[in-house]
Write a new protein. Structure first.
Length: 276
């Protein structure tokens, strides 16, 4: 099957798979020539076991260096495929920075991308030029200035709701930049660790890292909170220097509706955005 659809073709069944990965040494999810990508690594291992190529569809196409603890994909396989211990067999072939956590036959109408209601990301920053514990060095970013938690949350709250987030996204031909940001909040977990929870129906290319960088500009006193609302309104792309690094970002959850609503949600997503 070259083109996965809303329903598997005759003679195939759909699998729902939860993945976790350390994105440090990957060039993102999507396959790219001559680069190590998550999609390529997973599909290669999968093809080795089922003895044919099967295309995977992912809930959130993470960029280079971005991690995940609960990425969701689906893949359509021949009904004759032996599913016994399939997750274990895949993990035996995959490198240890990519793991299959769960694998099951998907409910009818499930589509990993289009059926999703929202994606949850987490961003972690160690501020005030504090040292990062070597065991934590891959999933948090470092910042040399102290960041004010109140200003972080004040600026972030101004971005909530449905908006055109063109100022906070890298341009991608044909892709919409209208998104609904449901949560953008910060808390200080320890004296030197700030954690953002960022939740939206979907995210544009590099959107979370742009949002984080803009909030940090306010939190360190470079701009007033009103500046971030002005950037949102005028839709002019923020400076690349404000985009925070990938290593602090992790996809932690993808929400789906009840099984009876899966196909309705998928159809609604397609009608709103098209296959961006």
């Amino acid at each position: 099957m070259s083109e996965p659809t809303l329903f598997p073709e005759g003679g195939f069944l759909r699998l729902k798979i939860k993945l976790a990965y350390d994105g440090t040494n990957f060039s993102g999810w999507a396959k790219q020539p001559d680069r190590r990508t998550l999609q390529e690594e997973f599909e290669k291992a999968f093809a080795t076991i089922v003895r044919q190529h099967c295309e995977s569809i992912v809930a959130g196409r993470t960029d280079a260096g971005v991690h995940a603890t609960a990425q969701i994909i689906h893949i359509d396989v021949p009904e004759s495929t032996d599913l016994s211990d399939l997750a274990y067999r895949l993990n035996q072939l995959l490198d240890t920075d990519l793991r299959v956590l769960e694998l099951e036959v998907a409910p009818e109408g499930f589509h990993a991308r289009f059926s999703a209601l929202r994606r949850h990301y987490q961003y972690q920053i160690v501020d005030a030029n504090k040292a990062i514990n070597p065991l934590d060095r891959y999933d948090r970013a470092s910042w040399y200035r102290a960041l004010d938690l109140t200003r972080l949350n004040e600026a972030s709250a101004l971005l909530l709701g449905e908006h055109d987030f063109a100022a906070f996204c890298k341009f991608r031909e044909g892709a919409t930049t209208i998104r609904t940001l449901e949560t953008f909040s910060w808390e200080r977990k320890a004296d030197d660790l700030l954690v953002a929870q960022v939740v939206a129906d979907a995210f544009c290319y590099s959107m979370v890292r742009n949002l984080v960088g803009s909030a940090v500009c306010v939190a360190e006193g470079r701009f007033e909170p009103s500046w971030i609302a002005e950037m949102l309104a005028n839709r002019e792309r923020i400076s690349e220097s404000m985009v925070f690094p990938a290593e602090g970002l992790t996809l932690v959850q993808v929400d789906y509706p009840d099984n009876a609503e899966l196909i309705t949600r998928a159809a609604l997503t397609i009608s709103r955005r098209g296959e961006d």
